[in-house]
Design a protein around this ligand. Structure first.
Ligand SMILES: Cc1cc2nc3c(=O)[nH]c(=O)nc-3n(C[C@H](O)[C@H](O)[C@H](O)COP(=O)(O)OP(=O)(O)OC[C@H]3O[C@@H](n4cnc5c(N)ncnc54)[C@H](O)[C@@H]3O)c2cc1C
Length: 432
């Protein structure tokens, strides 16, 4: 099948929006004053808003687009502990105790999101399916095995090794060199999760002003003035929850996050029986490449949702679709003639130390920088940030007060991205 045949009936929007269309909230009448204004209506902003609204503070959430238009309805719906650096790396930087506490916080976020969805009874195909994390070469398999054998005390996770000879029990591909199953990792329908969260935020009394970009935030005495095309709002506290879409509204934050495009496709429904051969255990999957591929069955197990990065520069979903398909076919040659039904992308936020950051700068609360793995952590840290706005001691986290680094001359345009991706791709292609 050539590229145009592959893409013939392809929608350039997230697959998830078929099931959970973008909420067309009525245009909000902006109140002159609120206790809390939140900029960004993704998981971070909505979880912060849920806390402040339930805590009795009048809360107004802005989004430049429809609520959830950003990563929070575009992601792969894979949930892990999501702290990228390992214990040794963190210990070198921050000492052993802080390293331990940061990694525990990641584990807490994974446990907490499951508990939240259960308690709130959000219908979003959440399940503890486990992750198969595949080694892309023999050296990576050895490294995975060594890491599993030397888990720091008190941070052990439920996981088991899958040697290459048994790989087909997990995944219908011979491309990898075995891997590890992390049993606690989960999957979710990301847009239905966002929709359920939005409904609870509205039910808690918060207002959501969609399609209403905040164009300026200035301090005025003990409060802030937020300006939009629809008027000004005064807020005692402001939460910035813009992650990969952080712009010139907050230049200090813009200099600290690196927006990177992440690309996904959904396939047309697979022939009967094929999904059971390719994903016999229904796990989410990722691999050890630095330029990672991540994929899973759709909740109804009819399609594969496949994501990754396809080019050094940012590109168009019309271009990324066939490239992702080619990567999918390298894994599963039997999908050669399976067309793509959806192709889309979104912007995640990386940071220079590969950790998320939350706190307060010049009076503005912020949480962002989940480095591409934020379904659980943006929910959890958004919730903690909301508690911090309320002044609650349980809002404290192990990441509070970590220096949020930038680099000289970096202003938010990642000119170094293309050479970095090229370098990592070259490294991923080496046998060790
Ligand atoms: C394709 C893709 C796949 C992913 N897969 C996974 C995955 O499988 N697992 C995982 O853990 N993570 C994944 N992620 C990352 C995860 O989705 C994000 O980390 C998380 O959703 C971040 O949530 P957020 O609320 O902080 O930001 P977002 O959901 O991006 O929300 C930010 C919002 O801010 C708004 N905004 C920006 N500026 C303004 C302004 N001036 N005024 C008003 N509003 C503004 C934007 O319109 C946007 O809606 C993926 C991301 C992408 C793009």
């Amino acid at each position: 099948m050539n590229d145009s045949e592959l893409m013939q009936a392809c929608t350039l929007a997230p697959y998830w929006w078929d099931d959970a269309p973008r909420p067309r909230l009525p245009q909000a009448v902006l109140p002159p004053t609120v206790d809390v204004a939140v900029v960004g209506a993704g998981y971070t902003g909505l979880h912060a808003a849920l806390q402040t609204a339930r805590g009795g503070r009048s809360t107004l959430v802005f989004d430049a687009e429809d609520a959830g238009w950003g990563c929070s309805s575009r992601n792969g719906g894979q949930i892990s502990t999501s702290i990228k650096p390992g214990f040794d790396q963190l210990a070198r930087r921050h000492g052993k105790q802080r390293a331990f506490d940061i990694l525990r916080e990641g584990q807490r976020s994974l446990a907490w999101i499951g508990e939240f969805i259960r308690c709130e009874q959000i219908d979003c195909d959440f399940g503890q399916v486990g992750r198969f994390h595949a080694a892309h070469n023999a050296a990576q398999y050895t490294a995975l095995a060594a890491r599993l054998a030397a888990q720091p005390k008190g941070l052990e996770v439920d996981a088991f090794l899958v040697p290459r000879a048994q790989q087909r029990q997990e995944l219908g591909s011979d491309l990898y060199w075995g891997g590890v199953v992390y049993q606690q990792h989960c999957s979710v329908h990301p847009a239905r999760y966002h929709q359920g969260l939005l409904e609870r935020v509205l039910a808690a009394g918060a207002q959501v002003a969609a399609r209403c970009a905040v164009q300026g935030v200035t301090r005025d005495g003990s409060s802030f003035l937020l300006s939009t095309a629809q008027g000004q709002v005064r807020a005692r506290d402001v939460v910035i929850a813009t992650n990969g879409y952080t712009g010139s509204l907050t230049p200090w934050l813009q200099r600290r996050v690196i927006p990177i495009g992440s690309y996904m496709i959904a396939t047309e429904p697979l022939p009967d029986g094929l999904m059971d051969r390719l994903f016999p255990t229904n796990r989410i999957v990722s691999d050890t490449r630095k330029v990672v591929y991540y994929y899973r069955p759709s909740p109804d197990r009819r399609r594969i949702i496949f994501g990754g990065r396809v080019s050094h520069q940012e590109t168009d979903p019309r271009v990324s679709g066939p490239k992702l398909h080619a990567a999918l076919v390298r894994l599963f040659p039997e999908l050669h003639n399976t067309p793509i039904s959806h192709s889309w992308c979104g912007f995640v936020a990386y940071t220079f130390d590969e950790l998320m950051h939350l706190g307060k700068h010049e009076g503005l609360f912020y949480a962002m920088g989940y480095c591409g793995a934020g379904v659980g952590t943006s929910s959890y840290f958004g919730m903690r940030l909301g508690q911090q706005v309320l002044g609650l001691s349980e809002g404290k986290t192990a990441l509070d007060g970590l220096p949020f680094q930038t680099r000289p001359l970096y202003s938010g345009n990642p000119w170094f991205l293309a050479p970095s991706v090229a370098y990592y791709r070259m490294r991923d292609s080496l046998p060790v």
